[in-house]
Design a protein around this ligand. Structure first.
Ligand SMILES: *Cc1c(COP(=O)(O)O)cnc(C)c1O
Length: 365
């Protein structure tokens, strides 16, 4: 069997053990005579699968009992609308703009309420996380993007909120990468396809008291937290198979030391790669040092001529792919290279990448 090192920003690599377990159970799940793909979501075989995913997530993230865990569809992008529709109280929310995904969340929220930009790093092409952000009182909620997948930055010091307005975060690209204090947030949402599972399920962790009886007028049933919460994510057919794989990924995280184990693993990988970039006179990382992500590492060469730089990037990406290091192109909006080193990426992948980078630098000086 030949597997590549997949540095994709998402969907991204899954632990090999998880894929192998799923393969072994593919046509006959534990004597049921069926694949999990074929089961009724209300069957006695499926019920423990979704329960296991929720229990494991609660344990790993230390989610308090007054928070609901919902397994929804539509990706993080649907949460951009669902959050304002359900958390609307007086009609104004504060957003911090730290990248492309924040910007999308802001644009969507503006359809439903007033948005004040509490802080932004847009003027500096989103290369950092604003410091000492404080949110004045009076907002329905405040929203941040905890890890900026495209720009490669992450929050380490959360904004201060003057009153007790809930902090909402998009944690799509960093959930389970290190411990998160859930009690600091009113709502955490994450699309699965970075650190959790294949695409198809969106995890929402919401403090119970924030779920309104009735959301904003006109909110579709499927975008109503209360509906999903009251029906334990079974109002309609949930993304059954993805939730099954999620359970397996969570078991893998558990076997590997939980979120503390992931943090250690991720810090080791990130520090190897960042140290290499910092010492290099051929490459450089693009995010400001104090804001660097553990999960997404964007970098460029130091070539100043734009045309030569673009040609070099192209060469790097194609030669890397030929060497079994795939999906290293930066996001189409920012160019350059990006290595996404989510939980499932083994340190051997980062070492292989650095070895390739070193050879490429020597050959292209
Ligand atoms: C990938 C990503 C999204 C988009 O997720 P979808 O599930 O495709 O909607 C949103 N926010 C962040 C931070 C992401 O990394």
């Amino acid at each position: 069997m030949s597997r590549v090192y997949n540095f994709s920003a998402g969907p991204s690599c899954l632990p090999l053990e998880v894929l192998q377990e799923a393969a072994a159970e593919m046509t006959d799940y534990r004597g049921s005579g069926q694949s999990v793909m074929e089961m009724s979501h209300r069957s006695k075989d499926y019920e423990p699968i979704i329960q296991n995913a929720e229990t494991k997530l609660r344990t790993l993230m230390n989610i308090p009992d007054n928070y609901k865990v919902l397994f929804l569809q539509g990706g993080a992008s649907t949460q951009f609308a669902m959050v304002p529709m359900n958390l609307y109280r007086k009609g104004t929310a504060a957003y911090v703009d730290t990248g492309v995904w924040s910007d999308k969340a802001i644009k969507e929220a503006k359809k439903y309420l007033n948005v004040d930009i509490a802080a932004s790093s847009k003027a500096d092409t989103y290369t950092y996380i604003p410091e000492n952000v404080s949110i004045p009182a009076g907002y329905d909620y405040a929203h941040i993007t905890l890890n900026n997948t495209i720009m490669g930055t992450r929050w380490t010091v959360l904004p201060k909120i003057a009153d007790n307005a809930p902090l909402v975060t998009d944690a799509s690209s960093c959930i389970l990468s290190e411990p998160i204090d859930v009690t600091q947030f009113g709502l955490i949402y994450a699309g699965a396809q970075k650190n959790l599972a294949p695409a198809g399920v969106t995890v929402v962790i919401i403090r119970e008291d924030l779920i309104p009886e009735t959301p904003l007028k006109g909110t579709p049933t499927m975008l109503t937290y209360k509906i999903h919460s009251d029906n334990s994510s079974m109002y309609n057919t949930p993304p059954c198979y993805t939730i099954y794989i999620l359970g397996k990924v969570l078991e893998w995280v558990e076997r590997n030391g939980g979120t503390e184990g992931m943090k250690k693993r991720n810090e080791e990988k990130a520090s190897l790669l960042y140290s290499y970039l910092d010492a290099s006179n051929f490459y450089r990382g693009t995010a400001r040092k104090d804001s660097r992500s553990l999960m997404n590492v964007p970098f460029v060469t130091q070539e100043k001529d734009p045309e030569k730089a673009a040609a070099l990037n192209k060469k790097f990406i194609s030669e890397a792919a030929a060497a079994g290091l795939v999906n290293l192109a930066g996001h189409r909006l920012v160019g350059g290279m990006r290595a996404s080193i989510y939980n499932a990426m083994d340190i051997s992948g980062v070492k292989a990448l650095i070895a390739f980078m070193e050879t490429f630098a020597k050959e292209n000086k």
